[in-house]
Design a protein around this ligand. Structure first.
Ligand SMILES: [Zn+2]
Length: 114
């Protein structure tokens, strides 16, 4: 078992490669990838395929989740046209009492949700 989080061991030949950093965010697998590409071509092909499937999967899931979330939050959501927005602005003028109250509530929420 490995204790040094800044290093990774090649599963194929047990060589140790540096990931550059102990923090996952700052790590790089380029050294390991290069090693796979030159020494273990089969493993590298598998790695690439998995990385690609993974990426496609994640993008598809994210798109679907966004779609579901939007439908749940705003079931009747329709992208407003520029004309709609302009007309709504005319109805909800800034000195409108309700508009002012909404504004105040929004500011209040913005301050306290931080
Ligand atoms: Zn290796």
């Amino acid at each position: 078992m490995y204790s040094d989080a800044s290093k990774a061991k090649c599963k194929e030949c047990s060589k140790v490669y540096s990931l550059g950093n102990v923090q996952p965010k700052l790590q790089t697998v380029s050294g390991l990838k290069g090693h796979l590409a030159s020494c273990h071509k089969d493993a590298y092909a598998t790695f690439l395929k998995r990385a690609m499937d993974d990426g496609a999967d994640r993008a598809a899931k994210k798109a679907k989740l966004n779609d579901i979330a939007l439908k749940q939050i705003m079931p009747n959501f329709v992208q407003p046209s520029m004309k709609d927005i302009t007309e709504k602005r005319l109805v909800w003028s800034d000195d409108n009492a309700i508009a002012q109250r909404i504004d105040k509530t929004r500011r209040h929420a913005a301050i306290h949700s931080r």
